[in-house]
Design a protein around this ligand. Structure first.
Ligand code: ADP
Length: 223
């Protein structure tokens, strides 16, 4: 697949080709501008490839009609570097809102939100406003929100970019435990320590090209 933002400009992604199996855990690494965010935007169909195809859950999403987008996006949980939470609302409300917009009933929400907040270790913080939580706790809310609708896949774009090393490890361990429950997890990161420690699949991007793809990879790609 290829992706160009504007006609005549250089490719943001060029001849990128890979397959991720259901239930996999993979890191995308590469320096700033390598194309990681572009790739994530293509997966959620915020962008369309200029050429080639992109299949998600077995369907080519490049031609997916607009009315099918909510179904695709409900099946993909997003986690962001800057959390993107409603800061003046409680942890509970933030997760509940994500379920409300996808049409869950009040009853489902009342049952599911405490469950997912418990999974990320926030059982004692349901009613605390996000702005009164630490950075690590805020990202736990972000994870709870991402898994609230039981998505098949989680995409995390630099999920620990704003966190200290100890908290980073906690969040990454949570992502790993989410993966162990069967959810596919894709993480774009610059975090060398984490990538080296986890020994998972690593897909290397450089200037818009896929230059390596290693099972049990380490951060530094050896050409
Ligand atoms: P990364 O996430 O690895 O830092 P990006 O996917 O953000 O990389 O960027 C890949 C390339 O695409 C870069 O050359 C960047 O300048 C370009 N790019 C990203 N977003 C846009 C945009 N909205 N319009 C034009 N070019 C963009």
């Amino acid at each position: 697949m290829c992706m160009k933002y504007e006609k005549g400009s250089r490719y943001a992604l060029e001849d990128v080709s890979f397959t991720i199996d259901r239930g996999e855990f993979a890191f995308f690494v590469g320096s700033s501008g390598a194309g990681k965010s572009t790739l994530m935007k293509l997966i959620i169909r915020e962008l369309r490839p200029t050429d080639g195809s992109l299949k998600i859950f077995g369907r080519d999403v490049t031609r997916l009609p607009r009315r099918r987008l909510p179904y695709l996006r409900r099946n993909i949980g997003m986690v962001f570097q800057d959390f993107r939470l409603m800061e003046d609302r409680s942890a509970f409300d933030n997760v509940a809102f994500a379920m409300m917009v996808t049409g869950s009933s009040r009853k489902e929400i009342r049952k599911r939100v405490p469950h997912v907040l418990g999974l990320v270790g926030l059982q004692d913080k349901f009613n605390v406003r996000v702005c009164d939580l630490s950075g690590g706790e805020q990202q736990r809310v972000g994870l709870a929100r991402a898994i609230a609708n039981s998505p098949a896949m989680i995409i995390a774009d630099e999920p620990t970019g704003n966190l200290d090393p100890g908290t980073t490890l906690d969040i990454m361990n949570l992502l790993r435990s989410i993966n162990l429950r069967g959810t596919t997890v894709l993480i774009a990161t610059h975090n060398r320590e984490i990538v080296d420690r986890f020994k998972k699949r690593v897909i290397y991007l450089e200037n818009g090209r896929l230059v390596g793809d290693e099972q049990k990879g380490i951060y530094t790609h050896v050409h």
